[in-house]
Design a protein around this ligand. Structure first.
Ligand code: SAM
Length: 224
């Protein structure tokens, strides 16, 4: 198991107990608003198609669906229970109609074949912080055919500076999260993030600090 999110039964049990917000990390309003403000500052417009990779229970989704034109939001997650809880409990009827169930896919191998058209913007917020390197490389390879040329994929990560020892645990401020090279939560070097492009048509661009409350950094992959 790469992370606790792969224990789908435990996740479902937590959702049954009413914890769909806590399971995806809590700080519901703070991190939801933070993502939305960041994407708008990066130029997201209501007409863009947005893909939320590892959308969970729609912390960003609830906000993005309200902002985007109807039918422009798409989400994927390993947990159907989280997606369904988000749709049932975080969206009202009007918002559910703007993001119908077939705008969501459930899989753990980054299969984006459900997307009807290329998307303009994608984000994976606090997803690759829970996954090993090969998952990021696979995600980039499989997402590329579904991104518009010039489209941007924002990815958050915990940083390990190039001159630091990758193999020691790192304390990430301001929240004191302890990250690792080989277990969840993971840290990465910038050079890892760049190397993850492999042969896929992306250009890696560092961004860095985006004032995330748990100290995650962000970078962007631009579809070439
Ligand atoms: C910390 S939560 C973040 C959720 C959401 N991005 C947000 O910021 O609210 C991580 C999410 O990634 C999902 N996830 C973990 N591994 C995944 C995989 N291999 N494919 C798709 N989703 C995955 C989890 O189920 C969970 O919903």
């Amino acid at each position: 198991m790469h992370s606790g999110y792969y224990d789908l039964e435990a996740v479902a049990e937590g959702v049954r107990d009413g914890a769909h917000r806590q399971i995806i990390g809590g700080l519901w309003d703070e991190i939801g608003d933070h993502q939305m403000a960041f994407l708008k500052a990066q130029g997201l417009t209501p007409n863009d198609r947005l893909l939320d990779v590892g959308c969970g229970s729609l912390r960003l989704g609830a906000r993005a669906i309200a902002y985007l034109d109807a039918g422009r939001y798409f989400g994927t997650d390993i947990s159907e229970t989280l997606i369904d809880a988000g749709r049932a409990q975080e969206l009202d009827d009007a918002l559910r109609a703007r993001a119908p169930r077939d705008h969501f896919a459930v899989n753990d191998d980054f299969d984006f074949g459900f997307l009807p058209e290329p998307v303009d913007v994608a984000i994976a917020q606090s997803v690759f912080t829970h996954l090993p390197f090969n998952h990021l490389r696979r995600c980039l390879a499989r997402l590329a055919p579904h991104m518009a040329v010039g489209g941007r994929f924002f990815v958050t990560y915990f940083d390990c500076p190039e001159d630091a020892d990758l193999y020691l645990p790192r304390r990430q401020e301001p929240a004191g999260v302890v990250t690792h090279d080989y277990q969840d939560p993971y840290h990465y070097r910038m050079s890892d993030l760049e190397r993850a492009v492999d042969r896929a048509p992306w250009r890696y661009q560092p961004i860095g600090d985006w004032n995330h409350p748990r100290g995650q950094q962000i970078c962007v992959y631009v579809r070439t």
